[in-house]
Design a binder for this molecule. Structure first.
Ligand code: CA
Length: 420
């Protein structure tokens, strides 16, 4: 077990009750503030810790100072899981309750989270979106093809996915603009152009890769998790009407690539180790290259809230990462089995994470069953999909034996479409 994971460990930095960020988390992010340009950081409680300043004052020995003098985490993550794990352990020692090294000289290193700006943690090299929740695939399939043909014949054999757009991935707090596009109105013969009327969220999580494989060389199941540095919350914004008209035969395009929002803290796979659980039984058996041993799902509680402008927020969904049929290792193995090469800083989203009951559906499409069951908001209005000026908030955390490790939140407000 990594030293940083010791459940007995306490920090001299205050950790509020119910915080996602005890000393056992030590996620990585990029922050800036009034007198500091963007740089790597970690977090304990509500305190952001400047890793560059620590390294420049010789408090960090486990990694070269250069990787902490960057505006993205790619160079740090390129060192690999073992090295990043060493840094995490070193930080756990520096900030442990019985260590006064920094405590007596804390001024240049520590910032209140409310006083900093968080940035996209990595330069996203590539983005792939999977479709790995059986409940989500079944719900969508039932709506569009009927119950008997809900799952396509390939679904239980292949972790289905597509290549998304890296450039439009934005960090929590960045507004998302409602897209314009072509839609085919019901019973119409020709498409119309205008703002999407069916703007939706998708509750997902994404893993970030570290290290590269040579083009042509697959990553094996044994090595797959060595290439997964950690995870973020991921809201894969979707315009259902644009998507429906455009997706045949090549799949999602402009209904998907206008924005995806991520949480700013990369929670390491190391920190999530205590929360491994077995996934759903895979029947029929997968092909040998996708077979795995041990528990490869993670028990991460997820929620989605909608906050109309000027109103309280309303929780519309509780789901869990553990429901995913295909696990991250299988996704990565499948992705590279043909020799496709990965980069440090790639993001791989899970696909919408829906659970077995109606309160665990991870999109408005499912929650309101294509708009037939609107959801009441605290201000008296109702939602079939997402309105202009609504804020959508996703949160995620693990909890077991009194230890809580969380992701914080990804929060984004929808702006009205441009008038074209
Ligand atoms: Ca998606």
């Amino acid at each position: 077990m990594a030293h940083a994971n010791d459940p007995q460990l306490q920090s001299w930095i205050t950790v509020p009750k119910g915080s996602d960020f005890p000393i056992q988390n030590l996620p990585f992010g990029i922050f800036s503030c009034s007198n500091k340009a963007p740089r790597p950081c970690t977090r304990i409680g509500d305190t952001v810790i400047d890793l560059r300043a620590l390294a420049e004052r010789s408090h960090i020995q486990s990694v070269d100072i250069e990787v902490l003098q960057q505006t993205v985490l790619n160079p740090l993550f390129a060192l690999g899981r073992a090295k990043v794990g060493e840094l995490r352990n070193e930080l756990a020692t520096l900030f442990a309750a019985d260590n006064a090294t920094i405590k007596n000289n804390e001024q240049p290193f520590l910032h209140d989270v409310a006083a900093v700006t968080m940035h996209l943690p990595v330069r996203v090299e590539n983005y792939t979106d999977f479709y790995s929740s059986e409940e989500h695939a079944t719900n969508v399939g039932t709506m569009f093809r009927g119950k008997d043909n809900a799952l396509m014949p390939n679904w239980k054999h292949i972790p289905v996915g597509y290549h998304g757009r890296a450039s439009s991935i934005v960090v929590s707090g960045t507004p998302v603009r409602r897209p314009n596009g072509q839609q085919l109105p019901k019973d119409a013969e020709a498409p119309v152009f205008g703002p999407s009327k069916l703007l939706d969220f998708e509750l997902e999580m994404a893993f970030i890769t570290c290290g590269e494989n040579a083009l042509g060389d697959p990553i094996s199941m044994e090595k797959a998790e060595d290439h997964i540095i950690g995870m973020v919350l991921f809201n894969d914004w979707s315009a259902r009407d644009i998507q429906k008209w455009e997706y045949v035969p090549l799949g999602p395009f402009l209904g998907k690539n206008f924005g995806s929002s991520v949480s700013p803290w990369v929670v390491t796979l190391d920190a999530l180790e205590p929360f491994r659980v077995p996934g759903p039984k895979q029947e029929p058996a997968v092909l040998p290259y996708l077979a795995f041993e041990g528990a490869k799902n993670f028990d991460i509680n997820l929620s989605v809230s909608i906050q109309p402008e000027g109103s309280d927020e309303k929780v519309v969904c509780h789901s869990n990462h553990k429901y995913l049929y295909w696990n991250m290792a299988q996704q990565l193995v499948h992705h590279t089995v043909n020799g496709c090469n990965i980069k440090t800083g790639d993001m791989y989203a899970s696909g919408t994470i829906s659970g077995p009951d109606e309160t665990a559906f991870g999109s408005m499409l499912e929650l309101t069953w294509r708009g037939t069951k609107p959801i009441a908001m605290p201000d008296g209005s109702e939602r079939k999909f997402i309105n202009d000026h609504d804020t959508v908030i996703m949160r995620g955390h693990c909890e077991k034996d009194g230890l809580r490790i969380g992701f914080g939140e990804v929060r984004s407000q929808v702006l009205p479409a441009h008038n074209l």
